[in-house]
Design a protein around this ligand. Structure first.
Ligand code: SF4
Length: 503
């Protein structure tokens, strides 16, 4: 059985502007949101400690693999090939899932995906579901859609459970509660977890035991489970979920009905290809040599596990990104989050500042690619600027996504669209135009260099003595200004060369 609601094919323009894209856009632009995070010292301490620990673990286990670079090259090549023939591979996956007793549904955007899943749950008569941690369902805002339909979604991943009970938002792809310390987690459990021991301490073991007891009853009761998928193997129709706790496996095996929401880019051609990613992902993600739990399933097996299986293939802007030659490489992402853990901007600003369910360097490119850059003051337009362009994300990415180049391309796209949208240039655009005018003429540039010396009295120890008036204050408020030299390079060159010629 197959339900075709929206057919994603190469060249599809992606969701029109009036279609919902779920949780891909925040309320505020990155600079304003990051300012609040930077003022939160507890958050910065939690993030600094957690990212440093994961970084060190990752570096250690990656160094153990002699062919790590070859594995990265192989992963990048597999993903390039997959994107080049995505429509065929998706059809192959669909046919294989159906042949093994599953059903496949196509969703163009968040609204369609939520409607499909809600209808499927309703058809079972259930009013609650258990969920495996899933970025795709967060992206489309599935929990809220189910709640609106009177269906309760129980997150079962420990960190997701903490975030859900705390009525909070995830701030990291892999460690959604990375922004919280254990004392804060204890407080959430004590306040929100029904029947929890009032003598609960903030010992990790005690907190984990409380969550286990709370979840066990839910697992045994639930008739429907909802998951994402790390990979979908086209040749056999096999879906894969990797996780660390085993809670995912409880969801994937105990309920009668399993519904999987998978982004269309998660397809891999063969099991041989899957092998490459299963080596790269755990080391890049949690610094583990292999995933503690790797669950794979193919359609329905009579008498074993869920007896009804639905696969929802989600576009939600992916074909828009696929149409962009450089941008399509963002779809290679396997959501390991290594780029977040090395990013100096993420480490200080935290995940909430990005506004999207995809934070950090990958979020700064993926989110605007999925929703489109407007050239206006929309929150996502600021994301490509949330980077120092240091390149650390590129160095650690297991599938070699060139995030810095893509950030530069998105910035250029924003500038061009802003030029076309606004008749009056922004202060930044005006200053850049002035700089281009000065630098395009040798004599003008030399004169400007000499004139800069006039600013020397305004600077002391590399800092401006007083803030410049707006709009220049926007630049100087957070930057030191180097003191102009007493002699410009051109003057020095002329003086020393003339001296040399005379001797
Ligand atoms: S961009 Fe690369 S490093 Fe970042 S989450 Fe995706 S696969 Fe991992």
């Amino acid at each position: 059985m197959s339900t075709f609601i929206g057919m994603p094919r190469a060249g599809h323009p992606g969701p029109p502007a009036d279609r919902t894209v779920g949780h891909l856009t925040g309320d505020r632009a990155f600079p304003a949101a990051a300012r609040d995070s930077l003022a939160d010292t507890q958050l910065r301490r939690n993030l600094g400690h957690a990212t440093a620990t994961i970084r060190a673990k990752r570096a250690k286990v990656v160094a153990e693999v002699p062919d790590w670079e070859q594995l990265r090259d192989a992963a990048s090549a597999i993903k390039t090939d997959t994107m080049a023939r995505l429509p065929q591979l998706l059809e192959q996956l669909e046919a294989a899932v159906i042949a093994r007793g599953g059903a496949v549904h196509w969703a163009r955007d968040a609204a369609e995906a939520n409607a499909i899943v809600t209808a499927l749950v309703r058809a079972t008569g259930a009013d609650e579901v258990v969920k495996v941690k899933s970025m795709a369902t967060q992206e489309i805002g599935l929990n809220e859609a189910l709640e609106a339909a009177g269906i309760t979604a129980h997150e079962t991943d420990l960190a997701e459970l903490i975030v859900q009970l705390g009525n909070d938002r995830p701030s990291h792809i892999l460690v959604p509660a990375i922004h919280l310390g254990r004392a804060q987690i204890r407080e959430i459990f004590a306040r929100e977890m029904p029947g929890v021991d009032p003598a609960l301490t903030d010992e990790p073991k005690v907190l984990a035991e409380a969550a286990r007891t709370h979840l066990r009853a839910t697992f045994l009761r639930a008739r429907v489970a909802i998951s994402g998928a790390n990979f979908g193997v086209a040749e056999t129709g096999t879906l894969t979920v990797v996780e660390s706790e085993g809670n995912g496996r409880m969801c994937l095996t105990l309920p009668q009905t399993l519904i999987t929401v998978m982004g269309i880019e998660k397809v891999v051609p063969t099991w041989r290809d899957l092998e490459v990613f299963l080596q790269l992902l755990p080391r890049s993600a949690t610094g583990e040599r292999m995933n503690p739990y790797t669950s794979t399933w193919t359609g329905v097996t009579p008498g074993d596990g869920p007896q009804e299986f639905h696969l929802v293939l989600l576009d939600n802007g992916r074909t828009r990104a696929l149409g962009d030659e450089l941008g399509r490489t963002a779809l290679h992402c396997i959501r390991c989050s290594a780029c977040l853990n090395v990013c100096p901007v993420y480490e200080r600003a935290g995940g909430h500042a990005y506004g999207s369910v995809y934070p950090g360097p990958i979020g700064a490119i993926l989110t605007p690619l999925l929703t489109g850059i407007t050239g206006d003051e929309q929150p996502n337009d600021s994301l490509p600027f949330a980077s120092s362009l240091c390149g650390a994300c590129y160095d650690v990415c297991p599938v070699k996504i060139d995030i810095p180049s893509m950030l530069v391309q998105l910035r250029a796209e924003h500038v061009e669209k802003a030029k076309a949208t606004h008749r009056v240039p922004s202060p930044e655009a005006a200053s850049m135009a002035a700089a281009a005018w000065i630098m395009s003429d040798e004599k003008r540039f030399a004169r400007a260099g000499r004139l800069s010396r006039l600013g020397r009295p305004l600077i002391r120890r590399g800092r401006l003595r007083m803030p410049l008036p707006p709009p220049l204050s926007g630049w100087t408020a957070s930057r030191d200004v180097p003191s102009p030299p007493t002699e410009t390079f051109r003057d020095w060159w002329q003086r020393t060369r003339e001296d040399g010629e005379q001797s």
